[in-house]
Design a binder for this molecule. Sequence first.
Ligand code: URA
Length: 245
Amino acid sequence: MERLHKYIARCGIASRRRAEELIREGKVTVNHKPVTRMGVLLDPDKDLVHVKGKRVIAKRELCYFLLYKPAGVVSTCDDPQGRKTVLDCLPGKERLFPVGRLDYLTEGLLLLTNDGGLANRLTHPGYAVPKTYLVEAGGFLSGEKIERFRKGIRLEDGMTKPAKVKTVHAGAEASRFFLTITEGRNRQVRRMCEALGLPVIYLCRTRMGFLTLKGLSPGEYRRLEPAEVARLKRSTQEYHSVPTQ
Ligand code: URA
């Protein structure tokens, strides 16, 4: 909810003071009803504001959040089963949506924004931003399996693109490694690992392009810095301006 005079000022047609005058002068309607009282609250997403008979609309402030999604949270905006969603992890109830998805049990880096254009560009199938996952899986990560990750693995929806592997620990019973992929297919990491007999025990996305989880714990979030937003925009613009075949 927002005060009417602040909303009018945000529309860029008057200062807050002038907006108060316009209200007092009876030149403002909310939902087609004149409002002359000060301090009236409105819902910018629902209420219609007219000044001197002309509809005024404030620009939505674009927000960009980086969330360390904890396990046990769905990446959708609402869940028919009533489970906790990623929006429950963020302040307020701004109309944000996640950029891509992480499974219910997967932790890690998730961007949320109300900038639909950027979100669409970032999730375009051809926009190959590298995403790194820390994987803990049952079984031994042999050199042969690493080679298979690197060459591509046949899944039911086709071959995967070459992935990078960095081993942290390869034990007889379980292994720990970083896997970097450039695609975003459904449950891709889990399916790639399963195809090699490495059932995933724990999965966390630690990096997406130049963004990392540095400084955050599960459930915490931060706003992206303006320079980070600019860099993200630049990277997608560079990709989307290259003609594809
Ligand atoms: N791959 C998966 O298997 N799950 C995720 O949540 C993300 C990538």
